[in-house]
Each structure stands twice: as structure tokens, then as C-alpha cells.
Design a protein. Structure first.
Length: 179
């Protein structure tokens, strides 16, 4: 990204996931180049925006059932739905700059950081209380942990869930199972 190496989170023959370096913040666009064994194999330009949250999903597609833990530690699913009023922990990315500088690629420890922008959640049509929104211990800087209380008014079944950071919202199509 503009000559700054990006920490690689995942790589396969068909896909590579990286953490966008904080140094692109404030720019309107960035030039991204991919290298293989020191040789540039692709170059593209991308817009830079303050945030673009994405919730991790159970099938890693970015849509469908989210990857979340219920208050009792069980994995949220249609067979293990979250109770209204309980706290669920989910994971995401794309929150933008944090409240303190953390070197790119750092694996977070107990010294956590929070996004500079406000973090909100919606479950179904209801706003949900965000108990914590910030970096996650043992995840790379750029990963986001959100602990959210399921609204007492949440409808049962698979309900849409939306993460909002600043003014940007996660893509539609993610759901959480509610009892």
C-alpha cells in the first residue's frame, strides 16, 4: 500500500487477506501492489475511507450466520441461539484507526485499543448495546472484538445483524440466531 508492507493474515493459491496499514489513513486513494518472490505481479488503485466494517461469518463468506460466541461460551447457531438480554461476542474488521498507535502486524495482548470512530450494533430492527468494541487479545491489530447485549425485544430465529463504525455499516446478509 503506497510502498508500505501489509501484514498477511491468510494466503492461498487463489486469495490473500491482509491488514491495510494505518499509514494510508487520510489519503483519498492508495496504490496496492502484489509481489511474489520480489517480483510485482499486480498493481491496482483503491479508495481509502475512514471505516468499512465486516463481520466474520461461520462459513468465512461474509454472509449468513456470523461467527459469534454466546454468553455461555457456546458457538451461536440455530441449535444454540442467544437469549434476549444475553451478551454475545463477535469478531470483525474494518474499524479504521484506533485510539492509539499500534505497529502494523502486532498481535494484540492485554493492552487493547479502541476505534477512534463510534461503534454501534443493530439486531433485527433493534439497536443493541455495545458493551465493548475494540481490539481482541491474540488477534492481529486490525481485528475487532464486539461484545453486544441482545435486545430484550429481539425476535426469535435468524435475525439480521449490522455493525456500524462511524457512518459505515457492515454488508447486509449476516444473521445471528436468537432464542
Amino acid at each position: 500500500f503506497d510502498g508500505i508492507a501489509a501484514p498477511i493474515v491468510y494466503a492461498s493459491a487463489t486469495q490473500t487477506a491482509v491488514v491495510v496499514p494505518a499509514e494510508v489513513s487520510g489519503k483519498s486513494f492508495t496504490v496496492i501492489q502484489a509481489e511474489r518472490n520480489g517480483t510485482i505481479v499486480a498493481v491496482t488503485t483503491a479508495s481509502v475511507i475512514p471505516s468499512l466494517p465486516g463481520i466474520f461469518t461461520a462459513n468465512a463468506s461474509g454472509s449468513g450466520q456470523i461467527a459469534a460466541f454466546n454468553q455461555d461460551g457456546s458457538l451461536n447457531s440455530s441449535t444454540k441461539p442467544a437469549a434476549p438480554g444475553s451478551v454475545v461476542t463477535l469478531f470483525a474488521t474494518g474499524a479504521g484507526l484506533m485510539d492509539r498507535s499500534v505497529p502494523n502486524g502486532t498481535i494484540m495482548d492485554a493492552n487493547l485499543a479502541r476505534p477512534q470512530l463510534p461503534v454501534y450494533m443493530r439486531v433485527g430492527t433493534d439497536p443493541a448495546e455495545v458493551i465493548y468494541g475494540g481490539s481482541a487479545p491474540t488477534l492481529v491489530n486490525g481485528g475487532l472484538q464486539v461484545n453486544v447485549r441482545i435486545p430484550d425485544t429481539a425476535q426469535s430465529g435468524n435475525q439480521p445483524i449490522k455493525l456500524i463504525v462511524g457512518t459505515a455499516a457492515s454488508a447486509p446478509g449476516t444473521t445471528i440466531a436468537i432464542r
